[in-house]
Design a protein around this ligand. Structure first.
Ligand SMILES: C[S@@+](CC[C@H](N)C(=O)[O-])C[C@H]1O[C@@H](n2cnc3c(N)ncnc32)[C@H](O)[C@@H]1O
Length: 276
């Protein structure tokens, strides 16, 4: 049946509202038109009464089918924004989260105060932290990840955005040559025991990017120990809500001079800063 672009958008809004909460449905409807179909609001104002071709309608219904099953919009679209830059994402990489901007901002602040000239992003995923630091400072930036496919995506993002980064594949700092410089990481920190209570969307993201043994603490603790042994001037980690106290005590126990927590806008522990 023939359908105008306006009707298509109304039908899409109704379909999304059937399985997303109203705010999310409204925001996604706009994103699907603007980012997915590349149809701006001004284009819609001028052409919304025209017939939407069958190919466009089929694409939208294919997206609705995938989204209804819980697949995140960023994977359907193939990219996501972080600090106003477009990063390719695939099911091998975590989708960038707004909280990670706090980690980048803390790294910029601590790095400038300590006058560092190089840093490493451990568990780089799509490369959002490494690329942001490379483009927003004059530091030499190294990035590593255990997942080969994620390193390939991060490398592609760095190239596309013009960031010069040295990439390595392997466990934490193992593949990174000395001196490591400022260590920054958003490693997996979700407790595997919480797996069954998580949102359906998260099941589409790689488990190796989300979960860490020992109530989600194992990788953060291991990196704090490695970074200290490798004489990093500071180690900044994104952490889970409620993990701050234990990780701070552990950091000081490992030998870091000082460890503090920054909370996110919701008042949850989010960033740990350990200083040598
Ligand atoms: C929470 S995701 C973060 C990705 C990206 N840094 C971001 O902020 O969107 C964690 C990343 O750590 C990687 N990872 C998991 N275990 C690792 C390990 N032992 N050593 C290095 N990287 C690891 C995962 O492959 C994943 O890309």
């Amino acid at each position: 049946m023939a359908q105008t672009y306006h009707q298509l958008r109304l039908d899409l809004a109704t379909a999304l509202a059937g399985f997303l909460d109203p705010e999310e449905a409204h925001a996604e409807c706009i994103q699907w038109f603007e980012d997915g179909l590349d149809l701006s609001r001004s284009w819609m104002a001028a052409h919304g009464t025209e017939q939407a071709p069958g190919e466009v309608r089929r694409r939208v219904s294919g997206w609705v089918r995938r989204r209804r099953k819980g697949e995140p919009w960023a994977y359907i679209l193939g990219w996501s924004l972080f600090r106003d830059r477009r990063f390719k994402v695939t099911p091998d990489t975590l989708i960038p989260r707004p909280e990670t901007e706090l980690l980048v901002e803390a790294a910029l602040d601590v790095g400038r105060r300590l006058k560092v000239d190089h840093c490493v992003d451990v568990g780089t995923g799509s490369g959002i932290i490494a690329v942001s630091l490379a483009l927003e400072t004059d530091w030499r930036v190294v990035a590593s990840d255990l997942c080969r496919e994620a390193v390939a995506v991060a490398r592609g993002n760095a190239r596309a955005l013009g960031a010069v980064i040295e990439f390595h594949e392997g466990h934490l700092l193992d593949p990174v040559p000395d001196p490591v410089g400022l260590v920054v990481a958003n490693l997996p920190y979700v407790d595997p025991a919480d797996r069954s209570t998580l949102q359906r969307e998260l099941t589409f993201e790689p488990a190796s990017a989300l979960f860490a043994p020992d109530r989600g603490l194992a990788l953060s603790e291991a990196l704090l120990a490695q970074a200290h042994a490798r004489r990093a001037p500071a180690c900044l980690l994104e952490i889970g809500a409620g993990q701050g106290g234990e990780l701070c005590r552990n950091a000081v126990g490992i030998g870091w001079h000082n460890a503090m927590i920054h909370q996110d806008l919701a008042g949850h522990d989010r960033i740990l800063v350990a200083l040598a």
